[in-house]
Design a protein around this ligand. Structure first.
Ligand code: MN
Length: 746
């Protein structure tokens, strides 16, 4: 068979293996369409061009993306390099595919200039924002990966340029999306061209030692496997040498030789569930000597890209340190394929609502506003609206500026410098003159025309500008340059508003009233108030509303005084505004229903959260604090943050009585801190004690103190205070432990 057809067939088989009812005819048509369009074009390698889209589609299929993505990968260079158009592709393969292809094309057209890190961050964000659909980014990363794999055929200049771009843009994007495997390969390939000497040095050294490496990996792997079998833990163990770029970074940032590099090896133990992860950790620390301070619990505290694992570094009998990563299968998928893994799961989870509890926070963030989706609508949820509140544009020099969405050339000009804004006489976007109120789009190149004889900003600009920065700078200009004019304008606006409110000017200029009025609007004189209204620092409407309030208050005061004088001899005095005392709720032993296990005086079953500083559990005496915005926060009565002596007087009324209902919820999360002599096996003993106490552990982390002590932070779920007391008791019995305390205050 023709080798190209053979490649196509392999791709089709791969896609069919995870796509039920694959429409092979449509896939084949996409292939032949791309093949025809690219006909006669050659890659730098001399191969027919179609090899490239086929390879990109193959990587996309490796990620398990949907058929539309695979088809778009086959067609991804058609708009850019052949006569194909969006309409034509849409007619043949649907708008979804056409949009994806167009999205990839747009990203291809963005020009990069290497800049400082902040600029790079904006560029990465701009790409994400331009993509609209996360699949566009994924296809683009696959495209880049294949180009990097075949970079040897390019000129040295192009090799360096593309490698730099990959290192600065695409590898970080892959990382952000949690795609570790792709990220590693992109980094290694880029390094090869960015520092060929350093790269070769490491590769050669590693090749020389490969036999020794293999032997070491195999022996440790076997020992871990055997121990797990003894313990009856079902798991898979993998060992590997770390990837070249990570070794390179360690060598060059720490200025070390290959021999001095700590942990060249990494092992992975993959198990079925989270409790097993902690069991495995205990065993590993029992088998090998843990390196202090190297244990990290990314299960309890996942990385921002949702990476989860337990990490520890240990030293074996041979004296060689190595890292062990312990995770579940699901965590493993996420670590390898990131957002794509998540996407894979979603295909099978028809009923699960995105954004529901337990969902990956980062995907939720990525998919922001599209939360109400079901399976049929799933593809729509991939239309990400990341950074929807920002727009990224270029200066003529290629610097990237981030502006609020809807920003105009005025915002752009003031973002660069107020002097540029103040002397602006025109603007060009992508080389064309545009009106000032033009909304800038991602990727636009914006140029501001200035003139020394410019008259300065106009008041209309305040309405056009989108950013506070630009508006403030424009106001400052008016404030400075046009005081007389501002006073006149402001006075006119103010008097008209006053008339509207039916307040005669004389009512506020009266000698006994004016000082109160000025204090209320926070100006020293009326002219200052007028000037501020004139340049837009405040508005006439706001000021008059304030003044009206103040006039009413003064009027009431006068009336009350008069009334009080009139009844100095009267027997009963009614204090206006006093409220009847609310009977305190009978809190004790209440059987009231409560979703949280807590009832609040005067509020009953309301929104409650448990304070993170002291994590109360049933049985603890508790008090509540009415927060601004999120219900009642419940503290232990002995928490320093609830100490009556430290409460702010203005918040006195926010502290309320609360009580546990008689049958609260089955479990409550709380934190303990254990201090101990630092010794081997401490974490293991703690884990075993907790397991003996039969409580659910949600996080466990140990850190060594410089003075030979260790602090272990433990987060558990318990029923109540009694159960917790039992746990503390068990922990106290561990050898070397000085003290176990509940965490409170900070
Ligand atoms: Mn391409």
């Amino acid at each position: 068979m023709d080798p190209i057809l053979e490649r196509y067939q392999a791709l089709e088989d791969k896609v069919a293996s995870y796509t039920p009812n694959l429409d092979t005819k449509r896939l084949y048509e996409a292939f032949t369409y791309a093949d025809t369009e690219h006909h006669g074009q050659l890659r730098k390698s001399g191969e027919p061009y179609i090899i490239h889209p086929l390879a990109v589609a193959d990587i996309v299929a490796d990620l398990g993306l949907d058929v539309d993505s695979v088809i778009a990968a086959l067609l991804h260079d058609c708009i850019e390099d052949t006569g194909a158009t969006h309409e034509e592709i849409a007619k043949k393969f649907g708008t979804s595919v056409a949009d994806l292809v167009e999205g990839v094309t747009k990203l291809t057209r963005v020009q990069y200039v290497s800049k400082e890190e902040e600029q790079m961050e904006n560029l990465r964000k701009m790409l994400m924002a331009m993509a609209h659909d996360i699949r566009v980014i994924l296809i683009k990363i696959c495209d880049r990966l294949h180009n990097m794999r075949t970079m040897e055929y390019q000129s040295p200049k192009k090799q360096r340029e593309k490698s730099l771009e990959t290192m600065e843009i695409y590898a970080p994007l892959a990382h952000r999306l949690g795609m570790q495997k792709l990220k590693w390969e992109l980094e290694d390939l880029s390094l090869r061209y960015l520092d060929p000497v350093g790269y070769k040095e490491i590769e050669d050294e590693m090749a020389k030692r490969s036999a020794a490496h293999e032997e070491f990996l195999a022996s440790i792997q076997l020992r871990i496997q055997q121990r797990m079998e003894q313990e009856g833990i079902r798991c898979k163990v993998y060992g590997r040498v770390k990837h070249t770029y990570s070794i390179y970074r360690k060598m060059f940032t720490q200025n070390k030789t290959l021999d001095e590099i700590f942990d060249l090896y990494a092992f992975r133990v993959i198990v079925d569930d989270i409790p097993e992860c902690y069991n495995v950790l205990g065993c590993i620390h029992d088998m090998f000597k843990p390196v202090l301070g190297r244990f990290k619990d990314y299960i309890g505290t996942p990385k921002p890209n949702m990476y989860q694992s337990l990490h520890t570094t240990v030293i074996g009998r041979e004296g060689i340190p190595f890292e062990v990563q312990i995770r579940t299968w699901e965590m493993h998928q996420t670590a390898e394929y990131g957002i794509a893994a998540h996407w894979k799961y979603k295909q099978g989870m028809a009923n699960k609502k995105l954004g529901s509890e337990g969902d990956f926070e980062w995907v939720r963030k990525l998919l922001e506003s599209q939360q109400d989706t079901d399976a049929e609508e799933f593809v729509r949820t991939l239309k990400v609206d990341m950074f929807s509140d920002e727009v990224f544009v270029f200066t003529p020099n290629g610097d990237v500026k981030s502006l609020p969405a809807g920003a105009t050339p005025i915002d752009f000009a003031y973002n660069i410098h107020s002097a540029i804004g103040n002397s602006m006489v025109g603007a060009r976007v992508n080389g064309r003159m545009v009106p000032y109120d033009t909304q800038l789009k991602n990727g636009d190149i914006v140029e501001v025309l200035t003139s020394k004889s410019a008259k300065g900003p106009s008041r209309d600009w305040l309405k056009i500008a989108k950013s506070n920065e630009a508006r403030n700078k424009i106001r400052q200009w008016f404030k400075r340059e046009r005081r007389e004019e501002n006073i006149a304008t402001g006075r006119a606006l103010f008097e008209s508003e006053l008339k509207h409110a039916k307040i005669p000017l004389s009512a506020i200029t009266a000698e006994d009233v004016l000082p109160n009025i000025l204090r209320k609007v926070r100006f020293g004189t009326l002219d200052e108030l007028y000037a501020s209204i004139g340049y837009g620092g405040t508005t006439a409407v706001k000021s008059v509303a304030r003044i009206k309030d103040e006039l009413l208050r003064l009027g009431r005061l006068k009336a009350e005084k008069a009334a009080a004088a009139a009844r100095t001899t009267a027997e009963s005095v009614i204090v206006p505004g006093s409220t009847a005392q609310v009977d305190p709720l009978q809190l004790k032993g209440s059987n009231k229903h409560s979703d949280s296990g807590i009832i609040v005086e005067g509020l009953g079953n309301c929104l409650v959260k448990f304070a993170k500083c002291c994590t109360p559990v049933p049985g603890d005496p508790v008090v509540g604090f009415i927060t601004r915005g999120y219900g009642v926060s419940v503290h232990r009565a002995d928490c320093p943050n609830a100490d009556p002596d430290r409460r702010k007087p203005e918040e006195a009324s926010r502290w309320v009585r609360v009580a546990w209902v008689s049958s609260p919820l089955p479990n409550y999360k709380t934190s303990l801190e254990l201090s101990s002599k630092d010794r081997d096996g401490l974490t293991l003993d703690v884990a075993m004690a907790l397991s003996a106490a039969k409580v659910k552990v949600t996080a466990l982390s140990a850190r060594s103190q410089p003075d030979g002590h260790a602090i272990v932070r433990i987060e558990v779920e318990v029923k109540d205070k009694d159960e917790l007391a039992g746990v503390i008791n068990k922990l106290n019995n561990i050898q070397g432990v000085y003290h176990v305390a509940r965490v409170s205050g900070k």
